[in-house]
Design a binder for this molecule. Structure first.
Ligand code: MN
Length: 191
């Protein structure tokens, strides 16, 4: 059985729906209205070996902020639900992913506690300001109960961000694997 979740969230600013499966690669379909964010989330799903469908309609006429934030909220909630009680999960994962001039170092702890720890500098790309990438990861962490450390450096903003999403994908791919029955915590509880 594949761990899965469906999550929808509609506000006056955005309408987002997410479907995710953690243990089966079926389909990746991402439509957020922001092509660069689609590109990043496709990379996340591809390199994390997930089934991921995301549809978002946001108030892009204002700017991209609400859409980026609300996609992160919905994806985070879906991840939390799909991970469930996190019993038997490997819990930790880490990666170093280069992309030409850029490199990203990522550590993931599926601890139940959401915290984003960021080092480095991001830049603007088409459709998204650099600051909104940090906001995306921070929002994703807080809503999923996943602790992420991410360190990026490089010259080209597209490469830096793509390396970051791939590094997160590879670290998460390992961390979410179920390999036993135990709750992987000395306190026998994940939070
Ligand atoms: Mn690219």
């Amino acid at each position: 059985m594949s761990r899965s979740a469906e999550f929808s969230r509609k506000t006056k600013e955005t309408d987002v729906s997410v479907y995710i499966e953690l243990d089966r690669v079926k389909e990746i379909s991402i439509n957020t209205g922001i092509p660069f964010l689609d590109h990043m989330l496709e990379n996340f799903a591809k390199h994390s070996k997930l089934t991921l469908n995301i549809n978002a309609m946001g108030d892009l006429e204002v700017d991209e902020h609400h859409t980026v934030e609300d996609v992160a909220i919905a994806l985070g909630k879906a991840l939390a639900e799909a991970l469930g009680d996190r019993k038997g999960v490997r819990r930790f994962g880490s990666s170093i992913v280069p992309m030409d001039d850029a490199v990203a170092i990522c550590g993931v702890d599926i601890s139940g506690r959401g915290y984003f720890n960021f080092d480095g500098k991001t830049g603007d790309v088409k459709g998204i300001k650099g600051e909104n990438f940090e906001h995306f990861f921070d929002t994703l962490c807080r809503n999923s109960g996943i602790n992420v450390y991410l360190n990026v450096k490089g010259k080209n903003s597209h490469h830096i961000m793509e390396a970051a999403f791939k590094a997160f994908a590879v670290a998460f791919r390992d961390a979410r694997v179920v390999e036993g029955e135990d709750i992987p915590s000395t306190k026998e509880y994940m939070d």
